[in-house]
Design a protein. Sequence first.
Length: 173
Amino acid sequence: MTSLGTTGKLTLAFVTLLIGVVLIGTVATQGNLKVDKLVIADESHAFTVDSGVDINTTTAYTVTNAPTGWKIADCPLTSIVISNVTGVALTETTDYTITESTGVYYLKNTTATVAMVGTDNNTYIDYTYCGDDYMNLQWGRTGIKLVPGFFALAILLTSVGLFYSVAKDQGMI
C-alpha cells in the first residue's frame, strides 16, 4: 500500500473540509426535525350555535394534529391559545375546556363566546404538538443535538491532521 503524497494529502484535506462544511447544515437540520416540536397558528374551527344566539356546549372540536398513539401520554398539546376572529384570547376553564392529551375542546356559553356569534362563527387555536418522528426521550434529544457538533469536530480534526502531516512532510514543523 502506498502512502499519500503531499498533493494527495492536501487534496484530501480540502475535500474533507469541503464535505464537512456542506453536510454540517443538513445534519443539524435533520436533527432539529427530531427534537423540535411543531407550532400551529390560527387553525380555524367553525362552531355551532343553538337558537341563533347560544353556543352549543355539547359539540366537541378536535384539533387537526391531535395526539395519537404514544403522544397521548408522552407528548400532549402545549401552549394552547383559543381566540376569536379579532385575536382576543378566550379564557381556559371560563370560556372553554380542553383535554391536552386528546386535542378535544368544548366551548362554554359565556359572554366572550356568545360575542363571537354572527362575526364569522369560527374559533382560532394556536398550539404546539409533537410530530410523528419527534424524539420524546430527553436523553435522546440531547444525543441528537450533540451529533452535529461532534460531526463538525471530526471533520475539522481530520482536515487539521492532514494539513499538519503536509507541513511535517515539507519540513515546516
